[in-house]
Structure formats: structure tokens, C-alpha cells
Design a protein around this ligand. Sequence first.
Ligand SMILES: Nc1ncnc2c1ncn2[C@@H]1O[C@H](COP(=O)(O)OP(=O)(O)OP(=O)(O)O)[C@@H](O)[C@H]1O
Length: 407
Amino acid sequence: MASRMALEDSGFIKDVSNINYEKNLENRVRELEIELSMLKEIIAKYREELEYYKSQVEKLMAPPLIEATVIEVLDDERALVKSSSGPTLIVRILETIDKSKLKPGTSVALNQRGSTIVEILPRSEDPYVQAFEVIEKPNISYDDIGGLEQQIQELREAIELPLKNPHIFKILGIEPPKGVLLYGPPGCGKTLLAKAIAHETNATFIRLVASELAQKFIGEGARIVREVFELARKKAPSIILIDEIDAIAARRIDVGTSGEREIHRTLTQLLAEMDGFNPLDNVKIIATTNRLDILDPAILRPGRFDKIIEIPLPNTRGRYEILKIHTRKMPLAEDVDLVKIAQITEGATGADLKAICVEAALKALRENRFIVSMEDFNYAIKKVIKNRYRPYAQILSNNITAVMMYQ
Ligand SMILES: Nc1ncnc2c1ncn2[C@@H]1O[C@H](COP(=O)(O)OP(=O)(O)OP(=O)(O)O)[C@@H](O)[C@H]1O
């Protein structure tokens, strides 16, 4: 007891409790600092959330924008558009818009006054863009087409010559065909030919898939056909490609259902558009079909699709030419014999031959080789045949004899 009193007198005990007290305080300060920084983080998070909700409210309160489709970009500041409400307008382009993305057919949003393009809409939201595709100048040339020399010649006479030298037809007093119908099995180069013709004539290429008009754009077919011809005239010289025309132009026994009536309206509009322009205008129409036999004779009348060209399955020489094109940039091993491949792929379409080349190259790549061998091609032929055809491959020792049949 006496010693404690002595310690107290000396101030030692007081010092010890002071030290503890200060330590406690320091700890508390540290705790509070941690709490403070946590609270700051929480506040920042709430601020962020608040900003987000504010922007959402602003968006909800903003006036609606107007949807439109670009017809033509006039210069850096202005474009011609067709607004979804009907009229064709010349509008300004907001400075922040990436002008390289504005093309005929691009779907855009106009501000509420309909005076300025303020946004480029994603492709999938635009029914027009899905309904037809516009390519200013396709980069396919005649060199990219294997075989089909005679068909190319006929197309050049029917389309390229009147587009490039209309006066020749005037001098001779004859009318070139307005429309050309290409028919034959799928994947043999019909679309490719149409694109090549557009390329060689520097024409705008507008592709309309008729089956989509009939299935996806119900109730809009006739309007879309009208718009396509309007656009083609504005962008002339132009080539309109109507793929799978049988979807809207098949012979019909009766047009009873509303769907049938709608398809008939689309066809009527197409025929009216074709009848309405001069054969020497700068707009040409190419249609394709796999089913010539089911077409309504009305579309084959003079002044409509009065030139019919068959695009058949390629023969051996055609297959060789197509293989040469699709292996043009491929490093081939010495044992690769394209003539042999052409001989054993009877019945293959151009699309099949392309698939065989791609498949062979992929096999080499999978095996870390940068050179494609005959073995890769043999594998690819079997694979493509197996995927697309019924059992037609007979493997005879090291040789493959593939007999392909068009389904
Ligand atoms: N004669 C050919 N020369 C080179 N490649 C070809 C040829 N035919 C087809 N191909 C290849 O096959 C692909 C498909 O051909 P394309 O789209 O022109 O066929 P299509 O006859 O229009 O078929 P579909 O009737 O299905 O539309 C082409 O992109 C091309 O790579």
C-alpha cells in the first residue's frame, strides 16, 4: 500500500493511465478514419447512382426522335433522308456523327423538329436495311467468277452495253432488255454475276430478297418495292437484284388468303415499276430463281424479264476455274492437283467448291501447317460431301471418287 502511494506521489501511475488513454484515443481516431473513408465510398456510390437515375429521367422526359432512312449524303453537313412519317427531307448532320457510317439505306434518328440527324441507329432496328442491301460499288469483278464465260458475255450484252453505250441501241432502233432472269441451282454464282456486272458498270447495287418481303415484311412489300425503285433512280446507274423472285412471283391458282393477296400486291407493284420506266434508263433489274418452272408467265412478258439466262452447275472445267479462284491466295503443297479435285467433285456447286477450299485450309491450320496439301483437300471433300449430300463418296485406295448429286 505504501509503495502504491509512493508511486502515485511520484506521478508514475498517472503517466501510465495517460499513456493508455492516448493509445485508446489513437485507436479510436484510426477507427473513425476508416469509417469515414467507407462512408465517403458509400456516398460516391450513391452519387453515381443518382446521376444514372437523373440521366434516365432526362431520357424519359426528352421529346421523341424521328426515325428516317438516308437516301443520299449531299455533303459534309447535309443529307437527303426519307422520314418514317413520309416526307423526304434535306437535314443537317450533327457534328459528332461519324459521317463515314452514313450510307444510302442507313437508319438514323432525327431530332424532334426533324431537322438534324442526331444518332445512327443500329442495323437490326431498321426494317428498310434488312429488307434491302445497298452496295455503292461491289468489289467483285469478272475475274472472281470461274467458268460461266458465255453467261458473262450474254449479261454484258444485255446490261453492260446498254448502260455504257445507250446510243448504240438508239442508232439500231432496238430496245435492250429491262430485266434479266438468272436461273439455276443455288450456290452457282447468280448473285456473284449480278455483283460483278454492277462493279464493271460502276453501278449502285441494290439487293432485295423476295422471300424476306413475303415472310418478314408482311404488309410492307409493295411499299419497299416502290422505295427500292425510287432509290435506284436517284442513285443511277443502278442494278437492282431481286433474289429468289419465285417467293413473290410464283404462279397462283387463287389469291384467297390475305397473305397471298399481299404477295400479289408486291408483285403487281414490281411489274408496275418495271412497266413504268424506259429500257434505256440507267436502272437494270436482275432477278434470280431456282424454280423457273413455277414462275407466273406475267413476269416473263416482253418489257419485263425478257432475257433468261441459265446458270447451271459447273462442269469439270468450270470447277477447275472456281478452284483456281478460291486457292488463289492459298499456299499449296506440290502434290495438290486442282484438275484431279475438279474431276472428282462432279455435282458440286461453286459454293461447295469454296467450302472445300476453306475446309482444307482450316485443317492445315489446325495442324499448325501453313501449307495446304492434297490430303487436306481429300479430307475437306469428304467433309463437305458428308454435310451436304447423301452417301456419294466411295474411297478407292488412296483416291477419292466422289459422286455428288444436287439435291
Ligand atoms: N462460278 C463461281 N465462281 C467463283 N465462286 C463461285 C461461283 N459460284 C459460286 N461461287 C461461290 O459461292 C458463293 C455463293 O454463290 P452465289 O451467292 O453467287 O450463288 P447463287 O447462285 O446466287 O445462290 P442462291 O441461289 O443460293 O442465292 C459465292 O460467294 C462464291 O464464293
